[in-house]
Ligand binder design. Sequence first.
Ligand code: SF4
Length: 755
Amino acid sequence: MIFDIEMIKEVYAKFPERVKVAREMTGKPLSLSEKILYTHLWDGLPASPYGRGKSYVDFAPDRVAMQDATAQMALLQFMQSGRKQAAVPSTVHCDHLIQAQVGAAKDLANAKQKSSEVFDFLQSVSNKYGIGFWEPGAGIIHQVVLENYAFPGGMMIGTDSHTVNAGGLGMVAIGVGGADAVDVMAGMPWELKFPKLIGVKLTGKLSGWTASKDVILKVAGILTVKGGTGAIVEYFGPGAESLSCTGKGTICNMGAEIGATTSTFGYDSKMGEYLRGTGRAEIADLADGIAEHLTGDAEVYANPEQYFDQVIEIDLSTLEPHINGPYTPDRATPLSEFAAAVKENGWPAKLEVGLIGSCTNSSYEDLTRSAHIAQQAIDKNLKVQSEFTVTPGSEQVRFTAERDGLLDKFDAMGGVVLANACGPCIGQWARHTDDPDRKNSIITSFNRNFAKRNDGNPNTHSFVASPEIVTAMAIAGDMTFNPMTDSLTNENGEQVRLEEPMGIEMPPAGFAVEDNGYHEPASDGSDINVVVAEGSERLQLLEPFQAWNGANIEGMRLIIKAKGKCTTDHISMAGPWLRFRGHLDNISNNTLTGAINFFNEEAGLVKNQLTGEYGSVPDVQRAYKAAGIPSIVVGDHNYGEGSSREHAAMQPRHLGMRIVLVKSFARIHETNLKKQGMLGITFKNEADYDKFQEDDIIDTLDLNEFQEGKSINLKLKHSDGSEDLIECNHTYNESQIDWFKAGSALNKIKADNKA
Ligand code: SF4
């Protein structure tokens, strides 16, 4: 048994009583999100309800999941915590470091060879510290978690922003930085600002070309990439109950694209079926026993406006398929309007590649619906016009899909089945293109489509849709094709139409797998050596960051004033840099190289104030560091949106940047900055962003009185001799101020463990 049934029993044993007391304490019926949150408090229930979007609260998550890219740094940090075993059940999943090139078998063999030192490190460190290890090829973290570990009413954190996928099985599952995972594995509480609640009431029933993916594509269009910030999105209503469990997972997965803390659904019969179908009848039986507690109270769902901070209603019966993009996942266009949008905006109409799968959309249901379209292409003698790839989410799904003939259909259609890994979704894609300068379109069933994410090419217009729409578009090879209304010319010169996709939620013969790729850790790892190769380019043991000296930071230079969108991809680019995730100094050479410099509109090219020359951010910053000069980063709205990678906070810290001052932060990144001992602050008056000039020298005026709730003032000394004073806000509480004082959260944990 892979999952930890004793832990789940413990959670369920306390769940009903905690819910009852929380209901009494709040004096109102409760949403599912509140039930899970109040059940997982670190210190028992408070005397009065927490302020949603206000109170910082300590939680005790049930599990931790880590993917290979983020696990390296998390485990390098955990190694220093002094513990013998992780404090809660934890797993590592090798999925991000496998580059898609020619197909599953070869790509996997290449990855195992290229990244062997990382995989060896992760396997040995997992084995030593009681952490389950999923080898390369076993699957994508979120699909493996959904199939094996997620359970209704549970709380988990994961070092990946799409950890939220587990909401499909009724969890509160939250993407965090590696430093948060370290806290939980080290037996410390995990802190989160008590989220606001957004209710999405689903009525009606999906039909025809519309899929679960379209629910979240629509929601992303309504809420935008910022609309879910600081909130849990809770789906409910008769429409919610009609969706398959994996469809719910898809919706929750892409909740990361609206910045939501997480998304979740109440326990229902679809979840029970999925648990039983994936070998977890015992959990389904336990959940059935407390089913009424594992969903929101009826009064909440009957009068959602009274209990949620915001309510959205979507009728699944009238919902259209959507295509979102390019360049941002919230640019939502209904399929019927998409052809016109392609023409109006001058997006490349020729579709070059269609890609299905990923952690977002690789369920059995997804594959059967897409395979149904693929079969039609074969039967109707249609020549597939675009390249087409399939990324299964797990070995279990792949094996089952192969057994049931689904992969043969993709193969017959001309598709390539890639390894059970992230591949093109995270830029691990050796794309075959004859001209990288050509504007081009691709469409994926993935979740994120920021510029350069998939293939590193800024000319690629990446769109996101359901797998069945992607498959249909790949057959047509034309972004203006609407499979609901248009016909295609086949090889016989006839006009043919694609019929509506049909799928099967669960494999009729059950899931099967020969080798799922799981390695159980040693029960006592004290004699196991952690493998870190000598002189490695990819792994480096960490040195603690320096503690703060309690004084103001003076003489800072402006390293960059970032203009517009500055995601974690802009701060610490993925793609080829993923290989340095375990080596802080090496990966720091990509720091902010994707951020647009306000003063010259160039990516990552900034003025070295000591020489007047322009250079890359890391080069200029290393020059400042060598000269003992601190620096500050200034940014725009939603700074650090995107993935959970703490490298985006560690690298600036390692290079000697001290402060990040922005109009607003994405939640995970703000926390990561705090964990790494950086000062992440926001403009009190956003217009002050304009006051920063390229040659400014900046001092903090009252950081030496750093306190919870007290603003921090900066003085900007401009090169013409004039000065500006600006006031900044911060959200540090007392323990976070202690992290800052100690130099990082880890320094504080270590000191506390010693004490
Ligand atoms: S979103 Fe893409 S990169 Fe992230 S876990 Fe899923 S498949 Fe992997």
